[in-house]
Design a binder for this molecule. Sequence first.
Ligand SMILES: O=C(CO)[C@H](O)[C@H](O)COP(=O)(O)O
Length: 230
Amino acid sequence: MEHTMIGNQIGLVPSILSADFTRLGEQVREAEAAGAQRIQIDVMDGHFVPNITMGPLVVEAVRRCTKLPLEAHLMITNPQDYIETFAQAGADVIIVHYEVSPHLHRNIQKIKAAGKQVGVALNPSTPVFMLQDLISLIDLVLIMTINPGFGGQELIPETLPKITQARQLVTQRGLSCDIEVDGGINAATIPQVVRAGANLLVAGSAVYNEKETVAQAMNRLREAIVPARS
Ligand SMILES: O=C(CO)[C@H](O)[C@H](O)COP(=O)(O)O
């Protein structure tokens, strides 16, 4: 299962889904000060996933709080209709789901035309080989380690081999595509996902919780990062 990763830096990507929305700017700045590599904004529509969360207004607001790259994780049907909106709102990386992108190549082209980095997310039941023909056009593969929709869920162990498959796909092609994981990422699961080949680790409830400050949480998560092959 372990995989040697060359090139991509391992970074923490706080998801603001679990942040205190009464002081969102402060929570984003705390994550930046604590060494976050990017910030992820979880956009949910109540159709593709059962929850409804944030839209472009929140991306715009977060854009004003930080210099960090912003990822808009679009858990919405018809993502093609909103790519330009999220690009204009200030997202640097736009992540669409494979499952709601019947014309994925067109969506990729749209994201590139907007001058943004392309992310493609795969639900736990979607195999990695679905991306093999377009992988050279993608900047980031997001392996969902939970069924998307809610924070605070437990990582699904069956998704771990998919991280390795994605890493092997990009390594074999000599690409620098990031392999990101999202869902149930915490100090206990970080060694597993990093060994499997992930280099960007999205964490919501493990960063924003009532037990510790954002800085304490991020330090604890960083300490859990092990070399890809230990
Ligand atoms: O995409 C998501 C949910 O669909 C969130 O990014 C994810 O839930 C992060 O939360 P946690 O780290 O608490 O699992």
